[in-house]
Ligand binder design. Structure first.
Ligand SMILES: Nc1nc2c(c(=O)[nH]1)N[C@H]1C(S)=C(S)[C@@H](COP(=O)(O)OP(=O)(O)OC[C@H]3O[C@@H](n4cnc5c(N)ncnc54)[C@H](O)[C@@H]3O)O[C@H]1N2
Ligand code: MOO
Length: 403
């Protein structure tokens, strides 16, 4: 048997790191920047008004207050987007909107609320507040300077990062290309909803879960199925391999008489092994026609736990993520648990933290059985019981991975 950590490292190495590729900005959410992004323009690109109001010379409105307003002629109107902004002559004001370029000659903006909005003498505005130099002006480059690194390589592209990329003029970004994954469920007992079940058949669930988990990381997933027949498995899957960066299968890897994945891929470059964990013991990995293959056991909970323990960190590494682990915390068990000697057990649990308490609590959801999928739907974490632990009493502290 191979250890969890050793197997995780093997799968991570197998997937490697995805090559950089250019993608439209709209398709980059959640992906990782592969190269430094230098700003093509400064932000703001020009001095502009932070308020709707009047651009003035501060000297012209010094001493203005509601009792002693200063009246100035309004000589221009500058909405945002105006590109020909005339100079402000001394003793005049320009009406200006938020985001509009500051005219040369103006050094302050008076908010419209501190004026009569031009409602008095036609063509004039009454300024009722003094304004120090620089008031309500957003300076060119105060956010980002042209030519500097706006986003370093390795940045995870969330809404703010994508917004900044667009703000400095990018329509494409160099990111670690998301992997295209072929997800194959195997089993002659499987039926895809809404077809009718016959006795002895079950509805398929692994491919739905795996595809959702893979897509949630930003990768692409396609689904295929195979009955437990080596010839039809190879016939269905082999011709499609070239379109994908990774093949993930479920089922057909343990010790029975019809282990389609094991029988089809043993000797072709895929190694089958047992990992010292529960669930998720029977595993396989390698290459088929040069394409990385990860074979997961068929039980649905084993599939999801194997994804969390091996595939998720490997895929995140391939995508260039700086952080590949779930957040891990210590929590007190609300119920005693037992675990097989020599295997790392991952139990489904629900974690919560009472207000004011440093250590949270965790209770199991469902037993250790790897067919108990409904219990997983009520879980928000995995409880980790190390290889040397066979009993974890109520009240003891355990490691918890927050999902
Ligand atoms: N003699 C032994 N038997 C088993 C061992 C063992 O070591 N010796 N290991 C057990 C463990 S642990 C697991 S996990 C399973 C893994 O078996 P396989 O990977 O070969 O998976 P299958 O037998 O094909 O399926 C297991 C179980 O899961 C259901 N299944 C499979 N695929 C799907 C799917 N896409 N959607 C929903 N459910 C699925 C399948 O019907 C079986 O009930 O082996 C144990 N046996
Ligand atoms: O190791 Mo199996 O994956 O318990 O269900």
């Amino acid at each position: 048997m191979i250890s969890v950590d050793e197997y995780r490292a093997t799968v991570t190495e197998l997937l490697g790191k995805s090559a950089p590729a250019s993608r439209p900005l709209a398709d980059c959410a959640g992906l990782v920047l592969a190269e430094d992004l230098r700003a093509g323009v400064s932000l703001p690109p020009f001095d502009n008004s932070a308020m709707d109001g009047y651009a003035v010379r501060s000297a012209d409105v010094a001493g203005a207050d509601p009792a002693h307003p200063v009246e100035l002629p309004v000589t221009e109107d500058i909405p945002a987007g105006r590109t020909d902004v005339p100079e402000l002559r001394p003793g005049t004001a320009h009406r200006i909107m938020t985001g509009a370029p500051m005219p040369v000659g103006a050094d302050a903006v008076v908010m419209v609320e501190h004026t009569d909005r031009g409602a008095g003498t036609p063509g004039m505005v009454r300024i009722e507040r003094a304004s120090a130099p620089g008031t309500h002006i957003r300076r060119a480059g105060e956010d980002v300077l042209q030519g500097t690194v706006g986003l370093p390589a390795g940045t995870v592209l969330g809404p703010a990062q994508l917004g900044l990329a667009s703000a400095v003029g990018m329509d494409q970004l160099r990111v670690h290309r998301p992997l295209r994954v072929l997800v194959v469920s195997t089993g002659s007992e499987l039926v895809i909803p809404p077809r009718k079940l016959r006795s002895g058949q079950i509805y398929e669930s692994n491919s739905v879960m795996l595809a959702a988990a893979i897509r949630a990381l930003g990768c692409e997933a396609e689904i295929a199925f195979s009955i437990d027949d080596v010839t039809s498995f190879r016939w269905e899957i082999e011709p499609r391999l070239g379109e994908f960066d990774l093949l993930v299968t479920s089922g057909g890897v343990s010790a029975g008489a019809y282990e389609v994945v094991k029988d089809a891929l043993s000797g072709l470059g895929v190694n089958f092994t047992k990992v010292a964990m529960q669930p998720g013991g029977p595993q396989g990995n390698g290459r088929w026609n040069g394409i990385p293959v990860v074979t997961l056991p068929g039980n649905p909970v084993s599939v999801l736990v194997s994804f969390e323990v091996f595939l998720r960190p490997a895929l995140l590494t391939a995508l260039g993520h700086p952080e590949v682990d779930r957040r891990r915390v210590r929590a007190r068990l609300t119920e005693g648990l037992s675990s097989p000697q020599g295997r790392r057990q991952f139990r489904r649990g629900y974690y919560w933290q009472k207000e004011g308490e440093v250590t949270g609590e965790v209770g199991p959801r469902g037993g250790p059985g790897s067919h108990l999928l409904a219990a997983f739907t009520q879980a928000n974490c995995l409880i980790v019981l190390p290889e040397d632990v066979t009993e974890a009493p109520e009240g003891s502290e355990v490691e918890v991975w927050l999902l």
